[in-house]
Design a protein around this ligand. Structure first.
Ligand code: NAG
Ligand code: NAG
Ligand code: NAG
Length: 677
């Protein structure tokens, strides 16, 4: 099914930087904030080389400028290697996917144009950075003039040179003219994602993550640019092109201004950005994308005569609001179908005589469709009925009582109906400093479980790879497995599920989830554990369960999601959308009489894993702070229940530290050896 294709927007992939196919293992966990600081310090101490008197007796007799050149290049090499390390991580973001344009008139949006421009600028900086890395690697073989040329290019006033590129990138993030369409690219991006949240589920990143990754890419580019320009000034000075103290200082000032403003813009955008993530409707519904509760309240044809102990037909269908099947009178239709071995509920009379098309015995349905003689049809009657139709007629008794066939709901026996939810906790291993990195609902045997994915938390919000925490399946019928403790059985009276969105308090991360019963409601809860962002250490003993304990008896009770004539959701051709909010609930129920002969239990359960991509290809997983249960549906659809997650809020951790105080030029000018080319 092409639910996706129906959408009127398209997803535009803007590759921010080219894929870096070499995949060195990055052991150090560094982020741009720390890298920026380290490189700032390295630049300052590199300038110190000019102030340091060289040890004249130190080995071979090399001219001082030569030694300086070597030392500067060695330091540049160091700096560019540490940039490269982080770049490996961020380049992958590059591969990420950026988005979207609601391309209704096939006209690129302002955002799309700016993203393309941004992508282009970032790539140009990245490619001069690569060139520099290459040159530094080849320094012994290169002519000095090549390096000199390159350094000159890096600080040139040309529009296309590094300083100009960095200014243009900055102008996209923090537009210079506040009044004139002055929204920065991060803000535009956020506004755009707010309007149509579906892109988020396509990319499997929350808008918050997307903006954070974009900010990191921009911040890293600034750092690259800063290092390149500073070392260029140093090289130019070594080669006797001038003193450049003032220039280097201006470069530093401007860098501090830009990074400060970029961080402010990023913080503002991140604080507003949505952190929700859930799965879209799949291209095609399969057994890997959804599962069903079965035979909770299934449409069931039964004759009045079999629903009382005396075998009478004194009453009418509506009398039987809660009954059982007691007998099979004269081997009528009751002998041709599997009996309802549970409770028979809410019978009604539709018409006396009908054609019944039975479903395959392997199916969870009883009937494909039922066609009454009065013309009403329950289910989708097609010409063919593979199992052969059965004529079912009510009859009159000599007492002039009518033994009517009723249309009831069957809450079938627990041995064949699949309506269990595990109440066991799904936890990340916090003792080993692991956090939840994703979540899904899964059906094992007859039981639905919450399942989590976990990863080890490291410094500064970094989570190592994500793995599935296996769920231990169990059979509710087994000894030692207890209703109300290990699992909950949905019944006519107890079939509500709470729809909440829960977030951990600040400074906490998501480390588990579970279902619990509150009154007659199946209720979702999360476990939050505090952690130290700098060190990445969890404080397991301070974990807490978080839930929205609102009940029906409260001052502001939960509101119920009503389903309108719910058909099987996989049949729907229309686009389903999230239609539940925090503090609501929904009841599992039968599908619509007319649409489906009440043969299915809705909503269905979306079992697709919700595990955010940190950035495509990035090693590691995403840090989460919350989760929830939602309903996705539409008019005439039973819809799906699914889990959503909330990614961690990084806005507090975004800051720019101005580079360290300026290098004090304690001039030792005399030793200057001009370069003769
Ligand atoms: C000069 O270099 C030599 C040999 O590398 C070293 O032993 C000596 O301590 C250095 N002197 C100073 C002042 O750094
Ligand atoms: C986090 O850990 C660092 C290093 O041990 C410590 O300096 C800092 O105070 C801790 N932060 C909090 C909020 O506990
Ligand atoms: C470099 O120029 C600045 C002023 O432009 C001056 O104060 C400083 O002494 C000069 N340093 C050298 C090493 O020439």
């Amino acid at each position: 099914m092409s639910v996706q294709r129906v959408r009127t927007f398209r997803v535009l992939l803007v590759v921010l930087a080219f894929a870096n196919t070499s995949r060195a293992v990055v052991d150090d966990v560094v982020d741009v904030l720390r890298l920026g600081k380290e490189i700032g310090e390295e630049v300052i101490s590199s300038w110190d080389v000019f102030g340091k008197p060289f040890n004249a007796t130190g080995g071979v007799d090399i001219p001082v400028f030569r030694r300086r050149e070597r030392e500067i290049l060695a330091r540049l090499n160091l700096v560019s290697r540490s940039i490269e390390k982080l770049d490996l991580g961020l380049n992958k973001i590059g591969e990420v996917a950026y988005f979207l344009a609601k391309n209704r008139e096939n006209k690129p949006t302002r955002l799309e144009l700016r993203l393309n421009e941004m992508s282009d600028l970032l790539n140009r900086v990245a490619s001069s950075n690569r060139l520099m890395r290459e040159y530094v690697g080849l320094q012994e073989e290169l002519e000095r003039s090549t390096l000199l040329d390159f350094a000159e290019g890096c600080v040139s006033h040309d529009h296309g040179a590094l300083p100009g590129l960095l200014e243009r990138i900055h102008a996209l993030v923090v537009p210079p003219h506040k009044n004139l369409l002055g929204r920065g690219i991060l803000q535009l991006l956020n506004d755009d994602l707010e309007e149509e949240d579906s892109d988020v589920c396509v990319l499997q990143m929350s808008p918050h993550q997307l903006i954070y990754d974009m900010y990191n890419t921009i911040a890293l580019t600034e750092i690259k640019g800063y290092a390149m320009m500073q070392f260029s000034w140093m090289l130019l000075r070594i080669y006797g092109r001038g003193n450049f103290t003032q220039e280097a200082s201006l470069t530093r000032q401007r860098y501090a201004e830009r990074t400060g403003q970029t961080a402010t813009a990023a913080r503002a955008a991140l604080a507003r950005a949505n952190r929700k993530l859930y799965r879209c409707d799949p291209q095609e519904y399969t057994k890997d994308t959804y599962a069903e509760v079965t035979r909770l309240l299934q449409g069931y044809v039964e004759n009045e005569v079999d629903m009382n102990t005396d075998g009478t037909c004194k009453e009418n269908c509506a009398f039987y609001t809660l009954a059982e099947r007691h007998d099979c009178y004269k081997e009528q239709f009751c002998a041709k179908q599997a009996a309802c071995n549970g409770r028979i509920i809410d019978c009604q009379y539709i018409d006396s005589d009908m054609w019944v098309c039975p479903a395959s015995p392997k199916s969870q349905r009883r009937y494909e469709w039922i066609q009454y003689e009065n013309g009403r049809t329950l289910g989708k009657a097609d010409a063919s009925c593979r199992q052969g139709t059965t004529k079912v007629d009510s009859w009159w008794r000599w007492t002039l009582t009518h033994c009517s066939y009723c249309f009831c709901l069957c809450e079938d026996s627990e041995s064949i109906s699949e309506r269990f939810f595990s109440l066991r906790e799904a936890l990340a291993d916090i003792e080993n400093n692991k956090v939840v990195t994703g979540m899904r609902l899964v059906k094992l045997g007859k039981v639905f479980h919450l399942q989590v994915y976990e990863g080890a938390l490291a410094e500064r919000g970094f989570v190592e790879s994500s793995t599935e925490v296996a769920v231990k399946a169990f059979d509710p019928a087994h000894v030692g497995v207890t209703q109300g403790v290990d699992y909950h059985t949905l019944t006519y009276e107890r079939r509500a599920i709470d729809l909440d969105e829960l977030d951990a308090p600040a400074g906490h991360v998501l480390t588990g989830a579970r279902f619990r019963m509150i009154g007659a409601h199946l209720h979702f809860e999360i476990r939050a554990t505090p952690f130290n962002y700098t060190t990445g250490k969890l404080a397991p003993e301070k974990s807490q369960w978080i839930s929205n304990d609102n009940t029906e008896g409260s001052h502001m009770p939960r509101t119920k999601i009503q389903l309108y004539k719910p058909d099987i959701p996989t049949r729907q051709q229309t686009h389903l959308h999230i239609n539940s909010q925090h503090d609501q609930y929904i009841e599992f129920t039968h599908s619509d009489f007319d649409a489906d002969a009440a043969q299915s239990t809705v909503p269905f359960i979306d079992i697709q894993p919700v595990v955010p991509t940190k950035a495509l290809n990035t090693k590691g997983a995403s840090l989460l702070s919350g989760a929830g249960i939602y309903h996705r549906g539409g008019r005439g659809s039973g819809g799906f229940l699914g889990v959503k997650i909330l990614t961690y809020d990084y806005s507090k951790h975004v800051k720019a530290e101005p580079p360290p105080t300026e290098f004090v030029d304690e001039a030792e000018t005399t030793e200057f050896v001009p370069v003769i080319n």
